[in-house]
Design a protein around this ligand. Structure first.
Ligand code: GRF
Length: 205
């Protein structure tokens, strides 16, 4: 069967990448195949996870590519060369330019650890998101998978899952619960959803 060719972009530990690799192995992404993992950090543990799974890895750092523009040019060339259909940002800590997001419109998705439109946009990343949720006193938070456009965390929402905030939660405890109960669940689901749409479109072409 025809499968959508997926690239996963990472910067850190790669637990979301791991959830994707595990889901593919378990047959939960039948319309997609992870072909490439790209990091913008040379020491990202996510690269080790990819290598262990036998997936090709590339590292493009801003410094090594002569800035963000150079990085995006190298990235776009690598993606096109490998005929990548779907780009998944899984803890990728770099904001992509409007030129880049337009070039791959409708083919880039991102996971964000809150229920967008709460606690999102520029400056809301990592633990900061959960610290803000706790400061506000929300009783429910969660994760969102959305399409990526030129506005940080601003593209159309694909999937969301809610997670309770418990009394006495630390930002770390809340982050862990959001990952386990929401991020690692909906990111593979979204990967399958968009992959099957891409394949449907290709079959019609
Ligand atoms: C996750 O919380 C993700 O939502 C955010 O960055 C974190 C990445 O974690 N964008 P990991 O690298 O997937 O472990």
């Amino acid at each position: 069967m025809n499968k959508a060719r997926i690239a996963v972009l990472v910067s850190g530990g790669g637990t979301n990448l791991q959830a994707l690799l595990d889901a593919e192995k378990a047959g939960r992404i039948p319309h997609g195949t992870i072909r490439l993992v790209v990091s913008n950090k040379a020491d990202a543990y996510a690269l080790t996870r990819a290598e262990r799974a036998g997936v090709e890895t590339l590292t493009f750092t801003r410094g090594g590519c002569g800035g963000q523009e150079g990085l995006e040019a190298a990235l776009a060339a690598a993606l096109e060369e490998r005929e990548i259909d779907l780009i998944i940002l899984a803890g990728f800590m770099s904001i992509l330019s409007a030129d880049f997001t337009r070039r791959f419109e409708g083919r880039i998705i991102n996971i964000h650890p809150s229920l967008i439109p709460s606690f999102c946009g520029k400056g809301f990343y990592g633990l900061k998101v959960h610290e803000a949720a706790l400061r506000c006193g929300v009783k429910v938070t969660g994760a969102t998978v959305h399409f990526v456009n030129e506005i940080p965390d601003g593209g159309r929402i694909l999937l969301q899952k809610a997670v309770p905030v418990l009394p006495g939660d630390t930002p770390q405890q809340l982050q862990r619960r959001v990952m386990e109960q929401a991020e690692w669940v909906i990111l593979p689901e979204a990967a399958e959803l968009v992959s099957s749409e891409i394949i449907k479109r290709k079959d019609l072409a």
